[in-house]
Ligand binder design. Structure first.
Ligand SMILES: [Zn+2]
Length: 165
């Protein structure tokens, strides 16, 4: 799955994406899995902060309850940017710098959501070393060419000199 294009300044849109990944069939009770018998307990303009109550088991919950995101104070846009960073194999140091947040707590949060991110997007792509190797091989060939070509026309270049290459 490709990372969705989303306006990172729109927290509500970001939260809708996260809720969609966390809860197919939202709202659903995280304790007894009941759907349909859920009422709004406390409304909030931020969808992830709306508190619901399950009429079946009485459980109070919001979108992050009993998920990897429970207890986080990070805004949905930041959570998405961290997830995108994981998919793109960015280092925690680089992500911390980009988001302007503490590297230690970011590392913990990253560990907490890593397997969830992998379950959505698959394992992060390996960085290929090959193109760099091919490039250095190409450079070496360029270095060799001027020495090899004169040899066929000019036998005064010593064999010893050529063997070094
Ligand atoms: Zn319930």
């Amino acid at each position: 799955m490709k990372f969705p294009k989303v306006d990172m300044s729109d927290e509500e849109a970001c939260s809708r994406i996260l809720i969609g990944w966390l809860h197919p069939g939202w709202p659903r009770c995280p304790r007894c899995r009941a759907e349909g018998r859920i009422r709004n307990h406390r409304d909030h303009p931020d969808p992830w902060r709306v508190q619901y109550q399950c009429e079946r088991c009485g459980c109070y919950f919001n979108a992050w309850t009993k998920t990897r995101l429970q207890g986080t104070h990070r805004p949905p846009s930041q959570i998405l940017r961290i997830m995108k960073g994981i998919v793109e194999r960015k280092s925690t140091r680089q992500l911390g710098r980009e988001l302007g947040c503490d590297r230690g707590s970011l590392a913990l949060f990253r560990r907490r959501i890593q397997s969830w991110v992998v379950s959505i997007f698959g394992p992060p792509k390996k960085i290929h070393e090959k193109p760099r190797l091919q490039m250095s091989f190409g450079t070496r060939q360029l270095e060799l060419t001027p020495f090899i070509q004169p040899f066929s026309r000019n036998p005064t270049i010593s064999q010893d000199f050529l063997e070094r290459y």
